[in-house]
Each structure stands twice: as structure tokens, then as C-alpha cells.
Design a protein around this ligand. Structure first.
Ligand SMILES: [Mg+2]
Length: 268
């Protein structure tokens, strides 16, 4: 049987060998995985090389490539344009399937709007703290004010900690209150039950605590979970060091899938 190694070997990273015949479905987090963080979330940049890899993988995997992110769908489209992928946005609160149909989870918008208004008032008194309004969620960013981490955590806990139908999520320099009671794991499971993902082996790469639900889901499904960055406390089975390594890895996977399709071996 022809055998293609899709992963780098001999680097510090711990990566699985995936063969073209495994028929993978690829699920990717955005921030800290495909793009480096910026001081303002609007300023992140998807490098041309990554954009190209996404396009090549989308073609080679029969469309089975999806972004699984805390961002909303519109923002992801803007960042990846002109590449247009299936997306689970706001941690699965909204999901655009491979047919372009968008699925929404129900949220208590009135409660959410009340909290957003309170956060707006609070952030005005605390320069550098940013309130991001997302459909079905609100995020408080304190990347520019690490001194306010405890205050932000306390505030969010006070407002949303016990609120029915809502989840508090802590990420890197951000705390998010999200309605709809869904997570990245459920989003991946929803995709894998549909074409063109169905019957494929899920591979998910992410860097943050909210990605742990996704890792758990793909582990359950017999897939491949990859944590990006320092991996203390993760349930992911494999790791890549940083966004740069993700870039190299994706290009490598694309190259090998193309070579497999063309019936040629790739020499390393
Ligand atoms: Mg991330």
C-alpha cells in the first residue's frame, strides 16, 4: 500500500502520522492557531501561505475543512477571504454548514443586552479594557490591561456566573459570557454528522482552554487532537509549538494530499 507521511518528524513537536487514505476532516481554531494574536482582535492577519494551504486542503479533502472559533462567522469570512469555509462561530452558537446554511442556538437576548450595557459603562471607567459584542455573547478583553485580570473575572462572574442558559469561558486575556449552552466539541460533532465530513477521521487543532471541549470530542470519535503551544493540562494527544508550526504543518499536509492524489511519492 502506498504510504504518505503527512506530518513532520524529528522536530520537538509530537505529531501523529496521518496517511492520505485515512480520509481526514480538518477542524481548525483561528486565533492562536491559524493567526497570531494582535493587541486588538481586529488586527490579526492570516498570512498568504496559510490562506493558500486552507484552499488546497479544502479542495483535497472534498470540502471537509471547517473553522471552529469564538469569533462570529462574518469576522472569520473577512479574515479568510476569499476563502469561504464552513464555520462554527461563537463556540458553536452559530454554525454555517458545508451547504452554506446557518444554524443558530436560542439565546436570552434581553439578559445579554442588559449585561452588555453594564460592561460598556464599566469599560469606560477602565481604559484599555475592550467589550466585544458578538451575536449571542459578549467578551471582555483585557490584553492591554493585565493588571485588571482579577477585576474583570470578578465582574463577569458576578454578572453571568449563575445566569441560566449562559456559560462563562476564560481564554487568553479574555472572558466571555455566552448563551445557548453549546461548545466547540458539540460543533465538531454536528459537522461530523453531515456531508462532507461524515465518515471521515476528525483532526482538530486549537490553542486555548475553550478548545479542550473540541479535543475531548475528537478523542471520543477516534480522531486526532492537537494542542498548539504549551500543553500543560490539555487532553489533546499531540502538539505543535506555535502558529508558525501550524503553518508549516498545514502546508505539509496539503502537499502530501496533492502528491497522493497525483500518485507520486513526496521525498523528504
Ligand atoms: Mg484560539
Amino acid at each position: 500500500m502506498r504510504y504518505h507521511r503527512l506530518m513532520l518528524e524529528g522536530s520537538q513537536s509530537k505529531l501523529p502520522a496521518i496517511r492520505a487514505e485515512d480520509g481526514i476532516a480538518l477542524f481548525l481554531d483561528l486565533d492562536g492557531t491559524l493567526v497570531d494574536f494582535a493587541s486588538h482582535p481586529d488586527d490579526v492577519v492570516l498570512l498568504e501561505r496559510t490562506r493558500k494551504s486552507l484552499q488546497r486542503l479544502h479542495e483535497r479533502l472534498g470540502g471537509a475543512v471547517a473553522i471552529i472559533t469564538g469569533r462570529d462567522i462574518e469576522t472569520v469570512d473577512r479574515i479568510t477571504a476569499p476563502v469561504h469555509l464552513p464555520i462554527a462561530g461563537v463556540h458553536g452558537l452559530m454554525r454555517r454548514d458545508a451547504n452554506g446554511q446557518v444554524h443558530h442556538m436560542a439565546v436570552d437576548d434581553e439578559a445579554l443586552e442588559r449585561i452588555r450595557a453594564q460592561l460598556d459603562v464599566w469599560s469606560k471607567d477602565h481604559p484599555g479594557v475592550l467589550v466585544e459584542r458578538k451575536p449571542g455573547a459578549v467578551a471582555l478583553h483585557y490584553r492591554k490591561r493585565p493588571d485588571l485580570e482579577d477585576a474583570c473575572a470578578h465582574l463577569m462572574d458576578e454578572m453571568g456566573g449563575g445566569l441560566e442558559g449562559f456559560l462563562l469561558l476564560r481564554g487568553k486575556s479574555v472572558i466571555e459570557l455566552r448563551g445557548g449552552g453549546t461548545d466547540k466539541g458539540q460543533a465538531i460533532k454536528a459537522f461530523i454528522s453531515e456531508e462532507p465530513f461524515a465518515g471521515r477521521k476528525p483532526v482538530f487543532a486549537g490553542d486555548d482552554v475553550t478548545d479542550e471541549d473540541g479535543f475531548r470530542a475528537v478523542n471520543e470519535l477516534g480522531g486526532v487532537s492537537i494542542h498548539v503551544g504549551e500543553s500543560a493540562g490539555t487532553v489533546a494527544a499531540y502538539r505543535l509549538d506555535d502558529v508558525d508550526q501550524v503553518r508549516g504543518w498545514l502546508a505539509d499536509v496539503a502537499e502530501h494530499l496533492e502528491a497522493a492524489a497525483a500518485g507520486t511519492e513526496v521525498r523528504r
